[in-house]
Design a protein around this ligand. Sequence first.
Ligand code: CA
Ligand code: CA
Length: 174
Amino acid sequence: MDSAEYERKIAARFATFDQDGNGYIDREDFSAAARAVLAEFGTTARSDRGQAVFIGAEAFWQGMAGIADVDGDQRVTREEFVTGAVKRLRDNPVRFAEIARPFLHAVLAVADETGSGSATPDAAARVLRVLGTPQELAGRVAAGLDTDGDGRISEEEILAAFAGYCGVEPPDAL
Ligand code: CA
Ligand code: CA
């Protein structure tokens, strides 16, 4: 990977977290993501499943801030994201996945109409789309999440894919 490719990947990851696109990641981006998922599946914020999504989003934000908000201003800049989150994730993807787990677990519960703890590729594609994945990509990305090919997307499959997505290797020159 050359440095242009690295920069492109980092920008895409930052944009994934910066849901409102205002140039930094903060609590509002995580609550916006929670609201978008609940709206897509017609789940109210007051329901148990809705509450779990918001609680997970807050925990995810706290975890992100804990590793990346170096100056403690409750905002994660692009630079903080690269030096804090991306690096930490490469070093310890399991730990980063644990930070994301409560949110992803709760989102899965909202997206899963059967209560089985896993989602169909179609439901996963809806989640990806409302979180900003282009429509034409969401279906293909969701299908790719089903790594064991059983037609369902499990929490472990989502966490593994998410950690892999975020843990971008820098080019050798950096
Ligand atoms: Ca933002
Ligand atoms: Ca900061």
